[in-house]
Design a protein around this ligand. Structure first.
Ligand code: HEC
Length: 136
């Protein structure tokens, strides 16, 4: 009996941990990979490697997003990437841009819900986290 109660002391926390892991893994739709697949993969390819369908028809070919750090001396320029993806600052300067201005796209209504500025920033940051994670 003692041995059973000893092992069940560990069973509960490990079940709880397993549940936590599972519920994280299945939280819907707003992890970076999903956001990327939904919004970016069309042009940048499913893994950001730059061969999405859009790449064929665009004048400026999207670069391999897995090599942003490599092209920048091994450092991922996070702030610059955030502001580039956001695009609202750049588009004020009439920067030639084929990529959608995500700061505006994500601010649009999602069904009935009006996205707040915090939602917009969170989405962009989550996607940039994902981009950072696929550098090689
Ligand atoms: C309609 C096609 C299209 C979509 C969709 C798109 N992009 Fe782009 N992206 C481009 C093009 C084209 C460029 C090259 C610069 C330009 O013309 O704007 C680019 C450039 C970039 C760059 C700069 C790459 C570098 O090394 O200079 C980043 C980062 C980027 N995109 C991220 C994203 C993210 C994140 C998403 C999704 C939220 C996304 N893009 C969706 C077309 C697209």
């Amino acid at each position: 009996m003692t041995s059973v109660s000893k092992s069940s002391r560990w069973l509960i926390p490990s079940l709880a941990a397993a549940f936590l892991v599972l519920s994280c893994a299945t939280t819907p739709a707003n992890d970076g990979e999903t956001l990327f697949a939904r919004n970016c993969a069309n042009c940048h390819g499913p893994y950001g490697e730059g061969d999405g369908h859009g790449a064929v028809v665009m004048n400026i070919s999207p670069q391999d997003l897995r090599q942003i750090a490599q092209r920048n001396g091994g450092i991922f320029p996070r702030d610059a990437v955030v502001s580039l993806v956001d695009g609202r600052e750049q588009s004020k300067e009439h920067f030639l841009r084929e990529m959608p201005v995500w700061g505006e796209q994500f601010a649009q209504h999602q069904g009935d819900v009006q996205a707040t500025e915090a939602d917009v920033q969170a989405k962009i940051n989550t996607i940039v986290d994902y981009l950072e994670s696929i550098q090689h």
